[in-house]
Ligand binder design. Structure first.
Ligand code: SF4
Length: 250
């Protein structure tokens, strides 16, 4: 195990999408809604641990919700920038509220945008809504670097080369193709390409200047400090592995 280099501040509550593969459906632990709570429980201890462990990357994300649904996000971002100024904030969003709340997004250091597909029917199968996220407009309005993250499922598998090519054409610089947890099926997602390096055991490709990482979470060598919605702090990369069995049963 390596010392954590990254951290997650996790929200929990009602989401504006209904994705069948949402990690929140698989997580043990109490079902807490912290979308209205300020400050998040155990924020003081979490900030102390960020400083003590020299962690420089913090993701604002959700176990089962979108962080842009957190009512106090502007105050939280301001507090984090004041209390742990050396930590870069990455906002992970499904994109629905990115444009309406772009002034909040731009207070972070970068945006990780989940984009299942450019096809609204595929999005319907993967998220429960016929989405049509205007990535071009997002890239125009968001003033911080945008990383696109695409979960690979049987619904969008055939579209992956086209999704990668379109993201590249729109000027995206970094992309992640995330394999379904536990899916061992060999897939050649980037035909004819070889990794140029590995990051945390994950292969990284150069697609005409766009960096594409193919993530298989169960193979990751990274560790991550996690603040859960109920205040529990764990340091395992896989969210489901953070709580000891006795906590899961409580
Ligand atoms: S958008 Fe994210 S948090 Fe919301 S249901 Fe989908 S996977 Fe879960």
């Amino acid at each position: 195990m390596t010392a954590p280099r990254f951290a997650n501040l996790l929200f929990s509550g009602r989401c504006n999408l209904r994705c069948p593969h949402c990690i929140g459906r698989q997580l043990p632990g109490p079902d807490v809604d912290n979308l209205e709570l300020y400050p998040p429980k155990n924020l003081d201890l979490f900030c102390h641990l960020l400083r003590e462990r020299g962690i420089r990357e913090l993701s604002l994300t959700g176990t089962n919700t979108d962080p842009l649904l957190y009512r106090h996000l502007p105050e939280l971002i301001a507090a984090l920038r004041r209390r742990v100024p050396e930590v870069r904030l990455s906002l992970h969003s499904n994109g629905l509220l990115v444009l309406p709340l772009v002034h909040v997004v731009n207070r972070c250091h970068r945006l990780a945008l989940s984009l299942p597909s450019f096809d609204p029917d595929t999005c319907l199968a993967m998220t429960g809504r016929r989405l049509a996220i205007d990535l071009e407009l997002v890239l125009q309005r968001v003033q911080v670097p945008v990383k696109v993250s695409t979960l690979v499922t049987p619904h969008n598998l055939a579209e992956i080369p086209a999704i990668v090519a379109r993201c590249r054409a729109l000027g995206v610089r970094r992309m992640a193709l995330r394999r379904l947890y536990g899916d061992e099926t060999p897939l050649d997602l980037l035909p004819g390409q070889a990794p140029v390096r590995f990051f945390g055991n994950q292969p990284v490709y150069d697609c005409d200047g766009m960096e594409v990482t193919v993530w298989r979470f169960e193979q990751s060598a990274l560790e991550c400090l996690n603040l859960f919605a109920d205040g529990f702090i764990g340091d395992r990369y896989l969210l489901a592995h953070n709580r000891p069995p006795q906590a899961e049963a409580a």
